[in-house]
Ligand binder design. Structure first.
Ligand code: 5GP
Ligand code: ZN
Length: 119
């Protein structure tokens, strides 16, 4: 489901400030915050303010938001010194891929070694 904000959506409520989170970045298009259950020394979630269920809902119209989101992710990784070592930037789409929150998000994970393919 697509829309500017979904009142029952956890990440819409974090983006609006209704539910607290440790914000890392926040602008008119994108919000980034620490994952509540970090699976790596750095584990940040990046989301669009607009509610989109997953990457399956993206269209070319989302290009400005996506450009911003990936630039923010790259900046955070650089600022935290992750860029040289490498890091993971992933978005799970649907239950079989492990998506548990139905608001589009990318995991920015770093500070350890990751295996491929993921389990
Ligand atoms: P997914 O499983 O959908 O790819 O990722 C959802 C992520 O959201 C999980 O890594 C989970 O730990 C995180 N998460 C779930 N609830 C909350 C919350 O209330 N606050 C924060 N900061 N992260 C959450
Ligand atoms: Zn939402």
């Amino acid at each position: 489901m697509t829309g500017v904000i979904q009142p029952d959506c956890l990440f819409c409520r974090i983006a609006s400030g209704e539910i607290p989170a440790k914000l890392v970045h926040d602008d008119d298009l994108v919000v980034a915050f620490n994952d509540i259950n970090a699976r790596a020394p750095t584990h940040i979630l990046l989301i669009p303010r607009e509610h989109l269920t997953s990457a399956a809902d993206l269209t070319e119209d989302h290009a400005p938001m996506l450009g911003r989101l990936f630039a923010v992710a790259a900046g955070i990784a650089r600022d935290r010194g992750l860029a040289d070592q490498g890091y993971r930037l992933v978005s799970n789409v649907g239950r079989a891929a492990g998506q548990s929150v139905d608001h589009l998000h990318w995991h920015l994970m770093g500070g350890r070694t990751f295996t491929w393919p993921p389990g």
